[in-house]
Design a protein around this ligand. Sequence first.
Ligand SMILES: C[S@@+](CC[C@H](N)C(=O)[O-])C[C@H]1O[C@@H](n2cnc3c(N)ncnc32)[C@H](O)[C@@H]1O
Length: 368
Amino acid sequence: MSTKFAAFVGVAPGLEVPLLEELRELGAKPKQTGGGATCWLDAEGLWRVAHYARVAELLRVRLGQFEARNWSGLEKGLSKLPWRAYLKHGSAPRIRVSCKKSKLYHTSAIAERAAKIIGGAVSGPTGRDEAGNGPPCPDVHLRLGHDLCTVRVDAGGDMHKRGWRENQVAAPLRETLAAAVVRLSGWTPDAPLVDPFCGSGTIPLEALARALKPPSLAAPPLTTWASHSLRAYRDWSVDAGPLGKQATGTIWAGDNSPRAVQLATDNAELAGYGLVTTVLSDAAQMIKRAPEGAYVVSNPPYGKRIGAGELAKTTSALGAALRGRPDICATFITGWHGFQNASGIRWKTLAKTSNRGLPVVVLQRPAS
Ligand SMILES: C[S@@+](CC[C@H](N)C(=O)[O-])C[C@H]1O[C@@H](n2cnc3c(N)ncnc32)[C@H](O)[C@@H]1O
């Protein structure tokens, strides 16, 4: 029987529903928990989530949980964990600590103690190079809450990094958030999708990824675990191609900035898994010309880069264009609370979350 791992999949607050949907599609049986979901996964399940999840921010595996009211409780608990299954000899992992309502609260002192215990557990025939660096290894996360210490190792790495967004506009949307907005919009790949404020192209590219389901190419941290079977992983990855079908509806990316259009074009090429049609256009004009039954999914300007007057004018023109197109289902992610009034449209709130620390809402006007 293959080993099952207690996985924790993290997501930005407010996006638990799209995360659960995504995990179920990847064959997991997730349970919602604070900050994400937990599920039991075998090695193949972990590879699948690490390579194909788009909404998930992080993937970690729990090594254990114990009471740590004092230093000796912490050290005793840590020394019982199966470090050698995850860390090769000579490993010196980065240790991340967070504490909440616990007697032990000094994060750097906790990390120091943990480093000693872990170092002792994986010492021996050393895998260190001449410069004294240990072998590649996953980060270790200790979370203390109400004196209960949960220890996890990283499996998925920085899951929001797709490898294509080398160039971006000043306020790009986090890729994982864009993936969640596309899911929340209800768009299906057979329909046309239009992003009239595309910036670097994050939403159109996540839509394309939703259709084609390409695997991420970077090897996730779990491939460095001591017990990880590289051979089985290589066999699996040979067949790990796109899980989806080519989108049949066109994906349009527009912006009124020539630089943004160029960036979106370049990024689509860098991503290399399909076609996005880029257009230099004013957003309202683009909505007027959108194909029948299109989904407009977008992240309009809301920051300080655009003056208040221009913001109101752009949003009001956007609202007027949408009112003239009741066949369009429009979904926007915005951090501007004046958006609803300025657009003159009644929106349904689909989710509340944050983008780079700024509170944002996902709003929808369904097609009628
Ligand atoms: C918040 S950014 C979009 C960021 C994008 N989601 C990304 O991840 O890179 C808003 C974009 O709207 C564009 N924009 C502003 N006013 C516009 C208008 N009237 N018509 C079309 N694009 C506009 C800006 O050039 C900017 O690229």
